[in-house]
Every structure is written in structure tokens, then in C-alpha cells.
Design a protein around this ligand. Structure first.
Ligand SMILES: Cc1ncc(COP(=O)(O)O)c(C=O)c1O
Length: 543
């Protein structure tokens, strides 16, 4: 595809062209553009090479730290990018890529994303975004309504209100969780008499003023690592982020949570927030949110729900009940770039009471003035793109009913896959799907019965070998490049604290067929059979 041309040189005319007129329709970039708009999946399938080049070798193409002195023809760069970057990226929308929370995307988002980049609105302030401000406020309002279902009068009063925000749109779940606990911290240790509040005077002064020895955030052991990042950033410290044990279904142990709250209160430690999870990252389970809400009320603390993954389930009238109790949360995180099928870079935090946003309000003289409708007054991030436009489009084009169908199909698919795993003699389902996420591992039939009737030492030895087996199968499957599942570590009750490495699958891609799922199990069986030494070692244990 490389045209033979004289070397490019930096001159005003060519630079101006870069900002105005695209190259001829035969340039590599134009061809890429045409192909992706006509057949995105096919294009990616052709371009992304199955045999993965080791990352160390890929690094060789990105070794120079010097900004190129000479300009380059756009078409030459296009060729290079195709070979060095695109072909060694990951086909996250492939129907066989069921290891992570990325999926196929609705086609209409591509031209809209291009338009979004072209318009380059900065939603931090009305002066650089105009209609994008009310549009984003409406998206936040729709998510608020999805969770809290307040009256039309409530949204009329608050959605476009200059004095408060129903939540904050940001780049993802991490920023949403940080924002939620930031607001919780500032409210918990707010201004009081001479004390100007934690936002102004910091954590040390706050604890001193309120007379506490420390402050903590509680969640389950399945809590996402963004929560411990938050504890770090907010000056509470990672040690003050307390992880409570889970039950056999990976849900927070309510009795232990209450016991911990009582213990901490007796020690003069202020519980800053309790965080429930609606869709744990590793197993997809939902905490008992109603019970957690009443404990939060009992101990007078902020209740936040991290529904980054599972929040979209609220769109399904058939499964909405699984998140019962979420409406009691003072704040809720939902990622739009997970089960809302938006490209990466879109997440939201929603505040039950819009006045909670007062606690994180910031102003500046040149923008974000008092009384303005600038969204940046209540967001952690400053300059932000108009990503809400993509969410707005999807909510309108797919609609609640469309999303309901997507959510329902994903959950049915996970149940089907769980049935296949249960019916197969050589696989063990480790966590049942509650949403569309499950974990399992390869355990030869004879070993499954041995595991249940052996000494503790033998059980641990078997689990250690199985861990190596799971790791090897997962790695080889990824390297084969046809399908992909991820892996994680769990400690299932059944194995009394043994660490167990499992395959983790997320079945949210609407293009993943039941055939592909059966094929994945077949491929894993074949890969397992190649692990002769490990299989032999398994047989010898206990003999
Ligand atoms: C439950 C949960 N919370 C928070 C996050 C963080 O979201 P993000 O990666 O969008 O920052 C994730 C990401 O997987 C998650 O699963």
C-alpha cells in the first residue's frame, strides 16, 4: 500500500492540509476507514494476527524515545500503524474473546465517535460544549432514574439545576468510585463550627475535630481494587480499607459485617462508608444490598454501591430484582463501557440526593463560576470529551427493551455454559452465574472424586497441580489466538481455604454463540491432554 513519494517535509502548506483536507481516497487511512465502516468485525479479524508476537518483540517497534524530526506522509504512517500496532492489538470484540468485560459494539457508535472527536467539545464548561452540557445532564438523569425512579417533578427540579448535580459522568468505574467516596468523606467530616471541613483542612484536622481515632471504609473481599486506590487517594490509607469475608456465593457475610462495625465503633473508629457490590469483578455476584443498607443506617454511615459491572441489569424487568436494595444507596457507580456496550472511557456515579454534590464543589474564576451550569463544578476530572453523546445515542437507539433483551440473553448464555460445564465429566464449575459471569476449571473425572475423599495434604497437592494445569491451558489458549478466557484466583469453601486458579468468562458479547462455547470447552480439553506430565503427577497423588 505504500506510495512511492518524495520524503515529506515540514512546510506551512502541508501542515495546513493536515488540519483541513484528508488525503486521497486511496490512502491507507481512507481504506481502513471505509473497511471498518462496512465490515468492522471482518476487518479486525483479518488484521489482528492470531499468532501473538511476544510483547518483548513488539516493544522493539516502540523503542525510540526521540520525537521524529522529519514529518511523515499520513499514508506511510497508516501502513506502519497497520503492521506494528493494529495487527498486534487484541481482538476484544471477537465472539470467542470471552475473558474480559469488553465486547462487540453497536455499529452506529463508530461514525458517532468520529463526529465526537471532530466536534471536540469540552464538557467541563458550557462555553466549550453548549448543547453537550444539557445532553450529558440528561444522561446522568436517565441513570439516576434507572436506579432511584424518582418523580418527574424531581427531575424537573434537579436535572438541569445550576446548583447541584444528580451525579458525575467520567472515564470509568474507578473515577466514579473515587468521586462517590470523596463526597462521602467530605460530608462525613464536613464544616462544623470553627472547623472548615476535611476538604479545606485535611484528614488529621478532621479526625481531631470530630474526636475519632481513625476512619475506615468497609467492603467485601471481592471489592474491586479501585476502592483501595480510593482509600489511598483520600488520605484514609489502604490499611483503613477493610475487606470482610464472603459466603459460599461470594457475597459479603452480613453477620461479619455487623460484627466488624460494632467492633470498630467501640474502638472510636468512624465508619466512613460501607460499599456493596452489584456484580463482583471476578464472579459476578451481588451483595445483599438491603441488609447492607440497614447496617449502614444503623451505624449512621454512607452506603455506596459499586454496580460498575452489574448496574445495567436494572434495565431488565426480569432481573432487576437481583439488585433490590440499591435504591437505598446514597451513591451508585455504573460503568457505561461495560454492559451498556459503549467504548472504553464512560462511567458514572449517581447521587441519590443531588445536594451530596455540594460537598465536592469547586470553582475557578475563568470558568466554573458560582451559579453557572458548568458540569466541571462537580467532577473530579477537568477537561472531558463528549462521551455522553455515545451513551445518549445507545439509550435512544437500543432503548430499555433492547437492553433488556441483551441482558437477558447474556444471563441465559451464562446459564447454558454452566450447564455444559456441569454436564462435562472433566470440568468443575467453581462459581455459578448470577449475572453473565462464571468461573470453572479443568479437573479430570477421576481426580474430582479423589479430591472429595483424600487427606488435606493430598487435596492441597492436587489443587496445586490443577492450578498449574489451569494456568498452562489458559496461556496456551490465549497464544493459539482462536478464543480467550481470563483466569483468576478464588478460595472456594469446598476446598477449605486452598487457593484455586480458575478460568473466568464474561458472556456479554451478543455475537458469542452456543457453538463457540462448546468449542471453547473442546479446545480446553485438547490443550489439557497436551499437559502429560501434570496429568501423570495428578494420578500419582495418594498412591
Ligand atoms: C466492580 C467494579 N468496580 C470498578 C471497576 C473499575 O472500573 P474501570 O476499569 O472502568 O475504572 C470495575 C472494573 O472492572 C469493576 O468490575
Amino acid at each position: 500500500m505504500t506510495d512511492i513519494k518524495a520524503p515529506a517535509s515540514a512546510n506551512e502548506e502541508s501542515l495546513l492540509r493536515v488540519f483541513t483536507i484528508p488525503e486521497t481516497s486511496e490512502s491507507t487511512l481512507s481504506l481502513i476507514e471505509k473497511e471498518i465502516s462496512e465490515n468492522l468485525n471482518g476487518f479486525l479479524e483479518q488484521q489482528i494476527v492470531a499468532m501473538q508476537k511476544p510483547i518483548g518483540q513488539v516493544e522493539e517497534d516502540f523503542n525510540s524515545s526521540v520525537i521524529p524530526e522529519e514529518p511523515m506522509w499520513v499514508s506511510d504512517y497508516g501502513d506502519q500503524m497497520l503492521q506494528k500496532l493494529i495487527s498486534h492489538s487484541v481482538h476484544t470484540s471477537s465472539p470467542g474473546f470471552i475473558g474480559h468485560m469488553t465486547s462487540a459494539m453497536p455499529y452506529f457508535l463508530l461514525p458517532l465517535a468520529k463526529l465526537m472527536v471532530g466536534l471536540n467539545q469540552n464538557v467541563v464548561k458550557v462555553e466549550t460544549s453548549k448543547a453537550f452540557t444539557p445532553m450529558e445532564r440528561q444522561v446522568v438523569g436517565m441513570f439516576h432514574h434507572l436506579v432511584y425512579q424518582e418523580s418527574p417533578a424531581f427531575y424537573e427540579a434537579w436535572m438541569h439545576n445550576a446548583g447541584a448535580s444528580l451525579g458525575a459522568f467520567g472515564s470509568g468505574g474507578t473515577v466514579a468510585n473515587i468521586t462517590a467516596l470523596w463526597a462521602a468523606r467530605n460530608r462525613c467530616f464536613g464544616p462544623d463550627g470553627d472547623f472548615q471541613g476535611v476538604a479545606q483542612e485535611g484528614m488529621c484536622a478532621a479526625l481531631k475535630h470530630y474526636g475519632y481515632d481513625n476512619t475506615v471504609v468497609l467492603t467485601s473481599k471481592r471489592g474491586h481494587y479501585s476502592l483501595s486506590k480510593t482509600a489511598d487517594i483520600l488520605g484514609i490509607g489502604r490499611n483503613s480499607f477493610i475487606a470482610i469475608d464472603v459466603d459460599a456465593h461470594n457475597k459479603i457475610d452480613i453477620a461479619k459485617l455487623r460484627q466488624k462495625c460494632t467492633e470498630l465503633t467501640a474502638k472510636n473508629i468512624r465508619i466512613l462508608a460501607i460499599v456493596g457490590i452489584a456484580g463482583t469483578t471476578e464472579t459476578g455476584n451481588i451483595d445483599p444490598l438491603e441488609d447492607m443498607a440497614s447496617i449502614a443506617q444503623e451505624f449512621n454511615t454512607h452506603f455506596h454501591v459499586d454496580a460498575a459491572w452489574g448496574g445495567a441489569t436494572l434495565l431488565s424487568n426480569n432481573y432487576r430484582h437481583l439488585l433490590k436494595g440499591i435504591e437505598h444507596a446514597e451513591s451508585v457507580t455504573i460503568d457505561a463501557h461495560k454492559q451498556f456496550y459503549i467504548p472504553i472511557g464512560a462511567g458514572l456515579v449517581i447521587f441519590k440526593n443531588p445536594q451530596l454534590s455540594d460537598s465536592i464543589e469547586h470553582h475557578a474564576q475563568y470558568i466554573l463560576r458560582e451559579g453557572s451550569k458548568d458540569i466541571g463544578i462537580h467532577t473530579l476530572e477537568g477537561s472531558r470529551p463528549g462521551m455522553a453523546m455515545l451513551v445518549h445515542a445507545s439509550l435512544n437507539i437500543i432503548g430499555r427493551q433492547g437492553y433488556e433483551l441483551l441482558i437477558d440473553r447474556s444471563i441465559e448464555k451464562a446459564k447454558y455454559f454452566a450447564e455444559q460445564i456441569n454436564a462435562h465429566p472433566d470440568f468443575e464449575l467453581v462459581s455459578e452465574p448470577e449475572l453473565c459471569l462464571l468461573t470453572y476449571r479443568y479437573v479430570p473425572q477421576a481426580i474430582q472424586s479423589k479430591l472429595l475423599n483424600c487427606t488435606e495434604q493430598d487435596r492441597q497437592a492436587i489443587n496445586n497441580i490443577l492450578n498449574e494445569l489451569t494456568q498452562n491451558i489458559q496461556k496456551n489458549q490465549r497464544e493459539n489466538g482462536k478464543t480467550f478466557v481470563s483466569r483468576t484466583q478464588l478460595t472456594p469453601e469446598k476446598y477449605q481455604g486452598d487457593t484455586v486458579i480458575v478460568f473466568r468468562v464474561v458472556l456479554a458479547n451478543p455475537l458469542t454463540s452456543y457453538d463457540i462455547l462448546r468449542h471453547i470447552l473442546d479446545e480446553q480439553c485438547q490443550l489439557a491432554c497436551q499437559q502429560l506430565t501434570l496429568l501423570k503427577n495428578l494420578q500419582f497423588i495418594g498412591h
